[in-house]
Design a protein around this ligand. Structure first.
Ligand code: PLP
Length: 465
């Protein structure tokens, strides 16, 4: 097939079904939609069916498809210096590291002049994506503390490399347990709607989840624990927003025992909930922050670890035993730099906070009031979950945990009904997530939410069955 034929995008198969080995799939059981193009919050397939991207692909496309400024930044950098090894210094890599560190947790409170204004507090180690960023954050924490154990939450996702999948607290870990990282332990984070602690409200859930974590630390031996890793807001496993005080409590627990706090901001960083880093909502400063996805909307693969200076200093005289050929790739960094400029020029963080609070949240609550299949809606900014149930009283999920095949059919029917209306949702177990690009217009948000509203009649049919 010639480049021209590829550009025209005429064939449905074009090798995908025969030659591409896809993620997380039984290869014979899938039929991926052939996507031909996209613009802003929309993409379309080869038959010109258009979809409003309510999943931002995999919750990475924060500035939407084909943003002209991001595309131009890649083109300009490709013309200037398309690649360079990680052992060299490079201007766009340095500039992105500066921009990220200036927006790191707690930096907004830094004095603009006087004592401390110019102190360096953070550095950035760039990776190719989220999993290897998690992997390297854990490596930094272990080498810095000289301890091995890392605690991570059930109901979490941290990536698919060996340590990252071992840290993951969802069923994607199970088949990978044939060769896990042996020093990972799991704990239960707060989830008020399905409290494992018998809590009656968010505040009680936060307190009890913290007491549980404290106990896990005691039982594992505080002197053995290198790090506590958590998603600031749990993403794929439920858009679980930590109760006020929980993250501050984890920070205090870490401080008590010399444990590093590592927050995974791969899904929620860079504007998803109207903050550069979601942890800023609670005023907590971690030791290490993992990012990827939204940093450059995934136009070129990029992730990284924002490293507190006290950890980075461990490696002033000692070799950091890690590296990647494409660490800080100039194409990825150039689009990261431009992305941050677009965020500022177009006031994206403010937009996300405003439309989340004034449009998405209220509209979803109306939907919840109308449909007996909606157990709870929760979220912030442009990141929401609709939890579907068979019974609002018992909270029995519409489909069982980890359901597949016929057991998952009710969710599949809801998803099909949404797609029929030209909206592409994010779905996980019994939940629909609303995670559109942060540039989605108010009219398109209304359109997508109306499609979900209409499609939920399909879920209502299962209530009480
Ligand atoms: N951490 C979180 C919270 C994620 O949501 C993901 C991916 O979805 C990852 C880590 C892994 O990122 P990647 O797929 O870029 O390796």
């Amino acid at each position: 097939m010639t480049t021209e034929e590829l550009a025209r995008g005429t064939s449905r198969t074009r090798g995908d079904d025969r030659f591409v080995f896809h993620s997380w799939s039984a290869q014979g059981a899938i039929s991926p939609l052939p996507v031909a193009g996209g613009a802003g919050a929309w993409f379309w397939d080869e038959d010109d069916n258009r979809y409003l991207d309510f999943a931002s692909q995999l919750v990475n496309l924060n500035l939407g498809h084909q943003h002209p400024r991001l595309v131009a930044a890649i083109q300009a950098q490709a013309a200037r210096l398309a690649t360079v090894g990680p052992t060299f210094a490079n201007d766009v890599r340095g500039e992105l590291a500066r921009l990220v560190t200036e927006r790191a947790p707690g930096e907004a409170a830094r004095p603009v002049s006087g004592p401390g204004a110019d102190d360096r507090r953070w550095r950035v180690f760039f990776t190719n994506g989220g999993a290897d960023a998690v992997e390297n954050a854990v490596r930094l924490a272990r080498l810095h503390t000289g301890r091995a154990t890392v605690l991570a939450a059930y109901r979490s996702y941290h990536g698919n490399t060996t340590t990252a999948i071992s840290l993951t607290g969802d069923p994607r870990r199970w088949p990978n347990e044939v060769a896990p990282d042996p020093h990972v332990r799991h704990f239960l984070g707060p989830y008020a709607y399905r409290s494992a602690f018998g809590a009656r409200d968010d505040a009680e859930e936060g307190e009890r989840a913290l007491a549980h974590l404290r106990e896990v630390v005691q039982l594992e031996g505080p002197g053995n624990v290198a790090a506590i890793l958590l998603e600031t807001i749990v993403g794929t496993n439920g858009v679980l927003i930590p109760p006020d005080g929980y993250l501050a409590g984890v920070r205090a627990l870490c401080d008590e025992h010399g444990i590093l706090l590592v927050t995974d901001e791969v899904m929620v960083g860079f504007g998803r909930v109207g903050e550069w880093f979601a942890v800023d909502r609670w005023g907590v400063v971690p030791d290490l922050v993992v990012f990827a996805k939204g940093v450059n909307s995934g136009y070129v693969p990029l992730g990284g670890v924002v490293i507190g200076e006290h950890v980075a200093r461990t490696f002033d005289d000692r070799v950091f035993p890690g590296g990647l050929t494409y660490s800080g790739h100039p194409l990825a960094c150039a689009v990261g730099v431009e992305s941050i400029r677009v965020f500022e020029d177009d006031q994206i963080l403010e937009r996300v906070r405003r439309l989340g609070a004034d449009l998405i949240g209220p509209r979803l609550r109306e939907i919840a009031d109308r449909h007996p299949s909606v157990g709870e809606v929760r979220g912030l900014g442009f990141f929401w979950a609709i939890e579907l149930v068979r019974d609002q009283g018992t909270r029995e999920p519409l489909v069982p945990f980890n359901a597949s095949g016929p057991a998952a059919a009710p969710m599949a029917a809801v998803v099909a009904a949404i797609k029929e209306r030209g909206v592409w949702p994010f779905v996980h177990f019994n939940r629909l997530h609303v995670a559109p690009p942060l540039v989605t217009s108010a009219a398109d948000l209304e359109h997508g939410l109306a499609a979900i509203d209409a499609a939920l009649d399909v879920a209502d049919d299962h209530v009480g069955t």
